[in-house]
Every structure is written in C-alpha cells, then in structure tokens.
Design a protein around this ligand. Structure first.
Ligand SMILES: *Cc1c(COP(=O)(O)O)cnc(C)c1O
Length: 392
C-alpha cells in the first residue's frame, strides 16, 4: 500500500483539487512551484533557521515518568506546546510565508475557526511585514475574543463572515471568494492538511519536522529511532500528519489518530468525522466529511475549538480506509479528565485538543516494554476558562 501522495494529488481514493475554474490559475501556480521552492537549499536554510531561532525548535521529547508509571508503559511527550505561539501551527505558517515571499505575493489571506491559525498567520505576517486579512465567522469572533485581540495587535485585519452558520465553513467560503477576486498578489495560507492539492502535501511536509526530530530524539533515549505507537489528535489532521510522517511506511509503528467524539458519536454533537462522516468534497478535496443526506455540511461539535471541524484531510481518510491508521475517539469529558490528570502528574497544562490524544491512554492496550509517543500539539493557556468552569 502506498501512503504518499501521487502525481494527481491523491492519497488512495482521496484528495485531488476539486475547485471552481476561477481558482485554477492560482492553485496550478502553487502546484507548479511548491516542491521546487521548498526543496531548495536556500529555502531549507531559512526555514530551519527560523524554526530554531524564532519558534524555539527542536521541541523536547520528554519522558513522562509519573504518567508512564500510572499506565505501566513508557510515555514520551513531543512538546509542541513549547513552540512560539503555543502550538504546532507555527511550523506550517512559517513554511508557507517563506513560500509566499518567494512567489512575490504581497497580501496574505486565511480563515480561522478558533483563531489559533489566525494568530499563527498574523504572527508570521508581522514578522515578514506582509498585509494580513483573516476571515472568521461572526459567531466565532464573539466566542474567541482573546485570539481576535491578538490578531489585531499583530496587525491583521479580521473580517467577519456573516453568511450561513457564521462559523468556520462560512469563513472558508469568504476566503476563497477573496482569492478568486485577487489572483495576482494574494496568497491563501491554509492551516491544516486540508484543501485542494498541493495544500495537504505541502502542510504535511512543513509539519514533518515533528517526526524528523522524534527520530534522533528516540534514538538517543531508547536506542531505536522509532516508537511502538504514536498518538495524535485529529482536527484537520496537521499535527498528526507531522507526527506520523516519517513513520508512515514503517508498519512496526502503530499510528493512532484520536478524533473528538464531543458528547458521543451516537448524538449529533460530535466531530468524529471518520466515524459518522461519508465520502464527499469539502474545501476542494475529496475526503470524509460530516454531511446530511442532501450533501450539506453539518455543524460539528467538540469542547475543543481546534477539533471542531466537519472533515479530515485526505491523508487521514486514506489512513482510515486502508486500515494503516487506528482511529479512536475521546469525548469532551474524557479529554477534560485527561487534561486534569496530566496537569497533576506532570505539571503540564495541555491544550484541550491535545487532551484528546492523552485520553487515548485509557483506551488502548499497552505494556511495560513499549515506547509510546504522544504529540502534545499545544498548551492550555487558551483553554483556562473552560478548565476552570468544568472543574466545579
Ligand atoms: C488547531 C489545533 C489542532 C487541530 O488541528 P490539526 O490540523 O488536526 O493538527 C490540534 N491541537 C492544537 C493545539 C491546535 O491549535
């Protein structure tokens, strides 16, 4: 089985570029240029330098002693929470902003749901002195006020999407409309392994730094450059793609993707796309998504804003369908329990998204000889209000 993208931009049955004709020029320009640019020495040098000096990489691979004792196994945490801006998203925005510059783009657009990708995009635009416009659903603007304030302080213009449900998918529609209207000078910066080809492959490459570092860190700590299991949460799937990337063809490594069950997959308040979704097209890509019988995208639910997405990237749809990935879910409640537990045992407050990955420890079988890496995608500062409210 092949898990890499093919020439047409497909992972097995999933992916491709299902886009309106008006976008063909933009997407094609990107497709024709991205590999040559990002594989060049000059690009790699600047990318690696910024990851080191600005983002703070490499992130530690921390052996969580007390957590390991509790589960009678060996748990390592890949500390993406220690990155500048508090999550893995900055790896991707740094990569894409360098690409945009080399393609002579002057204006950056993006959409954001929870605001995390908006903040990461506004951050690199400030760094590179580029104009930044962030589309965000009107409802999300109200729900995510601190991130909106951050984006504005960083110099971005936040434009509300006022159509439909006034959430992420409506912001995506607005961003695409903007790109169609401004094909020459505008770069569309997508935040996960979603969207038309080449975005899923490009974002996976930028996030693959996570598993690249893991290899040498595991070698030093365990004498072997691969773990038995890697666990990561999946919203669109970028932190998981990065954590899995260099191990995808190594069948000795079990790849465990954790989706947000929300209130439970038997309810309609869930974001567990592989469990309740069906094949269709979302955001220009053929993949699994949550839709009603008429093909309209349904509103997902998760306590964690970053997992509250009605699709998964095409790589994950392929890992799911082919059986290469093990897909499990954690409910809102299970994620909260895992967050409080990590905080008490290790003194680390995780992001609510990452807490879903941590909750997997209660659901999988493990033993004392195994090495398990959990990708700690982000830190919990942004979730303090929820943590305190739910603690009562
Ligand atoms: C955005 C986000 C996620 C989900 O996005 P992926 O593309 O699935 O990684 C997970 N964790 C954190 C901390 C996030 O900010």
């Amino acid at each position: 089985m092949n898990y890499k993208i093919n020439e047409q931009g497909f992972y097995g049955d999933f992916g491709g570029a299902f886009i309106p004709e008006m976008l063909y020029h933009n997407v094609n320009e990107l497709k024709e240029n991205y590999l040559q640019i990002i594989e060049s020495d000059d690009f790699q040098e600047e990318f690696k330098d910024l990851l080191k000096e600005y983002v703070g990489r490499p992130t530690p691979l921390y052996f969580a002693k007390r957590l390991s004792e509790k589960y009678n196994t060996n748990v390592f945490l890949k500390r993406e929470d220690l990155n500048h801006t508090g999550a893995h998203k900055i790896n991707n925005t740094i990569g894409q902003i360098l690409l945009a510059k080399r393609m002579n783009k002057k204006r950056i657009i993006a959409e954001t749901g929870a605001g995390q990708h908006g903040v990461a995009t506004a951050t690199v635009c400030a760094l590179m002195n580029l104009k930044c416009i962030i589309y965000m659903g009107e409802i999300d603007i109200k729900r995510q006020a601190p991130n909106v304030a951050r984006m504005k302080m960083l110099g971005a213009e936040v434009r509300p999407a006022t159509s439909g449900s006034k959430t992420l998918k409506d912001a995506t529609n607005e961003a695409i409309r903007d790109w169609i209207a401004n094909p020459e000078d505008t770069y569309y910066l997508i935040g996960s392994v979603v969207g038309p080809h080449p975005y899923p492959d490009m974002v996976a490459r930028f996030q693959s730094i996570i598993s690249e570092e893991m290899k040498s860190q595991l070698m030093a700590k365990t004498g072997r450059d691969y773990p038995d299991k890697i666990i990561a949460c999946v919203g669109g799937g970028s932190n998981a793609a990065g954590a899995f990337y260099h191990y995808i063809d190594n069948e000795k490594v079990e790849l465990i993707a954790v989706e947000a069950d929300g209130l439970g997959i038997e309810t309609d308040k869930t974001a567990a796309t592989t469990q309740v979704g069906t094949e269709g097209i979302i955001h220009g890509s053929k993949t699994l998504l949550m839709q009603n019988s008429e093909g309209q995208i349904t509103e997902p639910h998760s306590i964690s804003a970053g997992l509250d997405y009605p699709g998964v990237g095409p790589l994950h749809a392929h890992l799911f369908k082919s059986g290469r990935g093990t897909f499990i879910g954690a409910t809102d409640k299970e994620a909260l329990t895992a967050a409080y537990q990590l905080t008490k045992l290790e003194g680390i407050i995780p992001a609510l998204e990452s807490s879903h990955a941590l909750a997997a420890l209660d659901k999988i079988e493990c033993n004392s000889t195994e090495n398990i890496v959990i990708n700690l995608s982000g830190r919990g500062d942004k979730d303090m209000e929820t943590y305190i409210r739910m603690m009562q």
